[in-house]
Design a binder for this molecule. Structure first.
Ligand SMILES: C=Cc1c2[nH]c(c1C)Cc1[nH]c(c(CCC(=O)O)c1C)Cc1[nH]c(c(C)c1CCC(=O)O)Cc1[nH]c(c(C)c1C=C)C2
Length: 495
């Protein structure tokens, strides 16, 4: 829709958008493999596998799915489904179910690894708020300050950081990774009080996104209200493939696959391969920094570290899991070992098992993350990775059966690590993008490295940059020097 506006560009000519993609395929870390297993078409996700239909970003993604004509392909996990309510931690050699209700929490608090949980939560509002000059701290330090001595909370927090960032909660920044918790404490001096006061209050942004979705795609809005997570029947590559098709058909967009960017020069007189008025970069910080090395001006002032994940998808001919249907489990830092967690894919999304449902049993073992090098070295062989994944299944769940099919992916440097100080780093990059000694207002950024690692965050970030740019272009024709971009994509980091 937006791409067909008759835009007028610099010098009165039409606007042209070139999408440079380094790989031969589009989608980045969104990578779905369809494997034929026992005659069935099973889905193996090697990157993100489910999306959340909540919050302004979640609602925007649903709107995008509607615009792409994918509403019929959505497969959902209802809020009450086992895959939404049953999650486990692997603690002291056993799978421990995480409480899913207040009653469960009270029971879990009586004994075992989560002992004393309720008492810690009740005491938290009486603990003074953070010092005024504390600008950031690790996720571990934050929970230790708010819930001193609460071992169970540390276990759960470290496991959650494995599930989202494949990262080490002793290094990850609470301000950057869990901004709503950091803000709740900032507002009320207490995390619990802050969360209770904000309750289910929707922001204006969320209200607007809800309203837009309800008008355009009421069935998707209904789905958002009743679902915990969702995916597409064909897997998440269905989204990036559909986007690719829209771009290919657009008269103003040129898709250029297999075109890795190796250099960005902010000096028109030196343009060699392609001359552009503006660049919107979705490259990770270290890659864009390396592309701009040697270009006039200061180098990019901050780059984010990244973690690698070994993702091993497996399909068994029958159910091998020793427990009732569930989402899967996460392994807290303290347990050590190779695994970060295991997802029970067939329980979450049985419709991705092919037509003969109830037969196949798909699951995914995730290993490495922040300790990838320590476990696998520089370049592990896929057979060794598979061996390690099978050992995880044997040791943690007693599964010794050989899978009928498997797929090993080594996702190098796939998840940005927002470590303590990242927020301030983003502020510096925002300034650099605007500064005359930096990118001179000619470049904006979006993507997981710059403001949220989920697919929803990436869609929201890209939409904001895209809409701002289009609004800017609609209002003007360009005949002189290139004006600066109306935004950098990092506005939220300004003080
Ligand atoms: C390739 C592995 C990935 C790991 N994390 C992500 C990927 C792509 C990104 C990610 N995972 C989750 C989120 C949160 C927001 C969302 O969209 O849902 C993000 C950005 C959620 C998540 N994924 C897994 C778990 C257990 C969770 C926790 C939250 C929940 O209970 O829903 C599966 C999983 N992902 C990774 C690991 C190691 C793992 C383990 C089972 C890394």
């Amino acid at each position: 829709r937006t791409l067909s506006l008759g835009l007028v560009g610099r010098g009165g000519g039409p606007i042209r958008i070139s999408v440079l993609e380094g790989q031969g395929r589009v989608g980045g870390w969104v990578q779905t493999q369809r494997k034929s297993v026992a005659g069935e078409d099973a889905v193996f996700e090697q990157g993100p596998r489910t999306l959340r239909p909540s919050g302004p970003a979640g609602l925007r993604t649903l709107r995008l799915l509607g615009d792409l004509g994918l509403a019929e392909d959505v497969v959902q996990v209802g809020k009450g489904a086992p895959a939404a309510r049953k999650r486990y931690l692997y603690v002291q050699g056993r799978l421990l179910r995480l409480p899913a209700s207040i009653l469960d929490t009270v029971k879990a608090s009586a004994s075992g690894p989560l002992k004393g949980l309720v008492g810690s939560v009740l005491r938290e509002p009486f603990i003074p708020g953070r010092p005024r000059d504390l600008e950031d701290e690790s996720v571990q330090d934050f929970f230790a300050r708010r819930f001193p001595g609460a071992d169970g909370i540390q276990l759960a927090a470290s496991a959650m950081m494995h599930g989202i960032y494949a990262g080490d909660y002793r290094k990850l920044s609470v301000r950057s990774c869990l901004p709503s918790l950091w803000e709740a404490e900032g507002r009320s001096g207490s995390l619990v009080r802050g969360m209770l006061l904000s309750g289910s209050k929707a922001t204006t942004e969320e209200d607007e996104a809800r309203h837009a979705l309800k008008i355009h795609y009421p069935q998707l809005m209904e789905m958002a209200e009743t679902s915990a997570i969702y995916s597409l029947r064909q897997g998440l590559s269905g989204i990036t493939d559909a986007l690719n098709q829209v771009a290919i058909q657009s008269p103003i967009v040129t898709m250029r696959p297999s075109s890795p960017v190796t250099k960005v020069i902010l000096d028109e007189s030196k343009a060699k391969v392609m001359d552009a008025d503006w660049v919107v970069s979705t490259l990770p910080g270290p890659s864009i920094a390396s592309c701009m090395k040697g270009s006039p001006g200061n180098p990019i002032p901050y780059t984010t570290p990244y973690a690698s994940v070994a993702v091993v998808n497996m399909a068994f001919s029958q159910r091998v899991l020793p427990l009732d249907p569930a989402f899967g489990y996460l392994v807290p830092v303290r347990e050590g070992g190779d695994a970060l967690g295991v997802v029970f894919d067939s329980d979450a999304l049985p419709s991705q098992d092919g037509a003969r449902q109830g037969g196949l049993n798909r699951l995914t073992v995730m290993m490495g993350g922040w300790k990838f090098k320590q476990i696998f070295g520089e370049k592990p062989h896929p057979d060794d990775v598979l061996k390690k994944a099978r050992r995880v299944l044997k040791e943690q769940m007693g599964i010794v059966k050989e899978p009928m099919a498997h797929h090993v992916s080594i996702q190098c440097q796939c998840i940005p690590q927002y470590e303590v100080g990242w927020w301030d780093g983003m502020r510096q990059v925002d300034e650099w993008l605007r500064s005359s000694t930096g990118a001179q207002g000619r470049m904006a950024v979006c993507g997981a490295g710059w403001g949220g690692v989920s697919v929803n965050d990436c869609v929201q970030g890209a939409e904001k940059v895209g809409h701002a740019l289009l609004d800017h272009l609609k209002g003007k024709t360009f005949s002189g020097a290139s004006p600066t971009l109306p935004l950098t994509g990092l506005e939220r980091f300004r003080k």
